[in-house]
Every structure is written in structure tokens, then in C-alpha cells.
Design a protein around this ligand. Structure first.
Ligand code: E4P
Length: 217
């Protein structure tokens, strides 16, 4: 499973990228707002830092304007994936931009039918939002499972980009169910390394080591 990092914070992306943990980046208007940066500038910096796809989202809601914004975002760098919301106009935009050979990430997906039509419109990535479904007491993992089955039934090559990942268990489940990609905030990716028994075991080893009075260096 590929790891995308869901942030527009350059330092956080760089830290994970240095460890080989970043196969791509996703941003959205809320993340750009949080960064306090200009969208074109910060997206260019991210694209220069990371080899994989970098999603940058349009904010227009009518197809012609979405297409124009998408083309402008795509000019930032070769590795831009234009992110469009899963609306009818978003699908029109997806069809046009993917036809021009650009990567398109169709976002805000909350149903298997939405994922099906996004694939038919030529989406490179479909972004089902797990955490936001969990927030309304619908199991987001059922959606990942349904999309995996449907895409495999018909050989769609649209990649399932599990989004709105909030916990390490979400990551495990996405990998188990065969999501192609997951995108998570830096904190969730870093916490994949944590386990209380690791901390407990290390504390015990260090305590015993201190009693030996030895040094390795
Ligand atoms: C994905 O592309 C979105 O930017 C993101 O995963 C949304 O996550 P949230 O529901 O935690 O805001």
C-alpha cells in the first residue's frame, strides 16, 4: 500500500520523505488554509520535494471554471494530481482532464456508486473518506471493501486512495482490504511505529543495561 501524507506542512512532509515514507501528498483547501501559505507556492515546494503524485484541489464548482483551475494547478509540476469533488461538474472535469493525460483525484467520495462513476469518468484516484463516515456512525471500512470488489469485478484501474484516516487501525484495515493508497496526517503515520509493549520492553532493557555498567561506544 502506498503512503500519501495528508498535509501542506513542508517540514512534516520532508521529515517523512527522508525516511522513505512518502509516496505522494494530498492537500485540500482546509489544509492550505491551515498552512497559511499561498496555494501555488506551497504546492510547488511540495512537488519539488516529493517524487510521487501531489493532489491540489480546485475550488470552483462549475465544470468550465473547474477545468480552467485544474489546468492551472497542473502547470505547477508534472506530478500534480488535480483534485475535484465528487459532483456532476467534478466528474465532467475529471473526464476532460484525464483525457488530457493529467492525473485526477476525485475526492469527497462517500458511496460505492460514487466510486463507480468516478472510475467510469477516468479518475486516477478515488478518495473515499473513512473517518467522516465513522463520524456519522457508518463503517468507513465497508466502503473500502465494496469499492475494492467493484473495481476488481470490472478491472477498473482507478486507484483506491483511502482518505480521512484518523487512527492506526484505519491503516491496518485499509492494507488488509487492499486499498491501493492511504493518505493520513503526519501524526498518524508516525504513530504507526508506536506500541506500548515496545516502550515497556525498551525501558526494561535500558534499566538492565545500566546495571551492567558497560558502554558500546
Ligand atoms: C484527503 O484527501 C483529505 O484531504 C483528508 O483525508 C480529509 O481528512 P479529514 O476528514 O480528517 O479532514
Amino acid at each position: 500500500m502506498k503512503f500519501f501524507v495528508d498535509t501542506a506542512e513542508i517540514d512534516a512532509i520532508a521529515e517523512l520523505n527522508d525516511l522513505g515514507m512518502v509516496d505522494g501528498v494530498t492537500t485540500n483547501p482546509s489544509l492550505i488554509m491551515k498552512s497559511g501559505r499561498d496555494i501555488l507556492e506551497v504546492t510547488k515546494e511540495i512537488c519539488d520535494l516529493v517524487d510521487g503524485p501531489v493532489s491540489a484541489e480546485v475550488v470552483a464548482t462549475e465544470a468550465d471554471a473547474m477545468i480552467a483551475e485544474g489546468r492551472k494547478l497542473a502547470e505547477i509540476a508534472e506530478n500534480i494530481a488535480v483534485k475535484v469533488p465528487l459532483t456532476w461538474d467534478g466528474l465532467k472535469t475529471c473526464k476532460v482532464l484525464s483525457g488530457e493525460g493529467r492525473m485526477v483525484n476525485v475526492t469527497l467520495c462517500f458511496s460505492a456508486n460514487q466510486a463507480l462513476i468516478a472510475a467510469k469518468a477516468g479518475a486516477t484516484f478515488i478518495s473515499p473518506f473513512i473517518g467522516r463516515l465513522d463520524d456519522i456512525n457508518i463503517d468507513g471500512m465497508d466502503l473500502i471493501e465494496d469499492i475494492r470488489v467493484i473495481y476488481d469485478n470490472y478491472g477498473f484501474d482507478t486507484q483506491i486512495l483511502a482518505a480521512s484516516i484518523r487512527t492506526v487501525n484505519h491503516v491496518t484495515e485499509c492494507a488488509r482490504l487492499g486499498a491501493d493508497v492511504m493518505t493520513a496526517p503526519p501524526g498518524v503515520i508516525k504513530s504507526l511505529a508506536s506500541h506500548p509493549l515496545t516502550d515497556k520492553g525498551l525501558a526494561a532493557f535500558l534499566s538492565d543495561w545500566a546495571k551492567t555498567g558497560q558502554k558500546i561506544l
